[in-house]
Design a protein around this ligand. Sequence first.
Ligand code: BGC
Length: 465
Amino acid sequence: MSSTDSRYTIVGARPEQQAAIDVLASQFLLTDERLGAIIKEFRRRMEEGLAADGKVLKMIPSYVTRRPLGSEVGSYFAIDLGGTNLRVLKVTLDGRGGVTSEHQKFALTEEAKNRTLFDFVAQCVDTFLDERNLRPSGQQPPIPMGLTFSYPVQQTSINSGTLVQWTKGLNVPGCVGRDVVRLLQDALLRLGLRVKIVALVNDTVGTLLSAAYNDPAAQMGIIFGTGTNAAYYENVANLAKWKGPNPSSGEMVLNMEWGAFDSDDFAFLPFTPHDIKLDRKSINPRKQAYEKMISGMYLGEIARNIALWLADQRLLLDGRSSEILNAMWSVDTAYLSSGAVDTSPDLSEIQQVIEKTLNISNSTFVDRQIFKVIAILVGERAARLSAVGVVATLTKRADLLNKPVTVGIDGSMYEHYPYFHDILVETALHFIPQEQFKNIKFTLAKDGSGVGAAITAMLAATYDS
Ligand code: BGC
């Protein structure tokens, strides 16, 4: 990508419109040199997080020290609490690396997101068990369940851990610093529900384990969705801060919490005024800087900030706006996905979004082209930056790259954003030699986070805790 990329030439634009687009294109440009410096810093931050607690990259020990073999059989339950939805699942392992799952999805209500989260979760578990006639009676043993919790948690065992902070728009008071399993267990108790949480995993850890169930080469699990993060197997010998017993496997899955990269000094990522504006107005300013440039929760908002910046200079929509465009978080990242690949002669897809969704009439062809450029710039920068974490982590475990390595990835950005995968791979190839790169397999670990929690519940039964 270069600022002279012909895709950024707006047919029929006034000179001042084109000049503003050129400014944007140069702000969003990421040269290999710049990316290389960011990768180097990312690696340094990883090392720092392996050595001590309280660093920007938390590199949290997950207490998962085993790998599934793929030959395990049985049915296991899990709760998958993400940024938007909650799923309760019954996962059946077939012993040949395959799984089937039955799940029920519940949208998180605003009340749950801001107040009653754990009671809401307990209620959904109750509904799931009740509708399937599975609710244990007083005489029966509690049902063991795995919990996927997609927020930063400092784990204290395979089934306990304290919440470090909320991310991705959740903001339930009274939870930070407390054991999230205890909070859920108490809510389950209030309902008299005989369920025991036996495993607590981050969604990236779950994604890795679900990939590992059918592929022994799985080493890394990534989420590119509402938020972003990754987990990978690290040699415990490299984890200087680990004070626990040495696992017999010699390895441990680490939850990197990579979304926080560069949050302390904002020194390496390509911050534009539009990113800074988003950060200031977010519920977690100066936190999750990397996540805010990459993930679905934020890209629509960056695009909205850019559109308003242009409109306020009368360079877009003749200076007009609407109540919707003026409202924070009103632009869904999904509109960027469709806008970036609108190839219709009059950009009718984008026209629909401007007119129907944003409620602004009479957009010109120039306006629509500008919207398309915004979508491309924001989305492609995200995809290129996503390669930073991938490259830094895989080259950190360079010992792995001489044999097949599988990276399980889940999340809406990876699954739906046009060319996200291709741009990630193309960017990573600039930093990993081709002969090693050919050993890497990126696979979509669809719904991996929930399946992984069930697998961890299965593994936890063999841990002596
Ligand atoms: C959270 C991580 C999570 C990621 C992906 C981030 O906001 O901090 O724990 O893995 O989102 O869901």
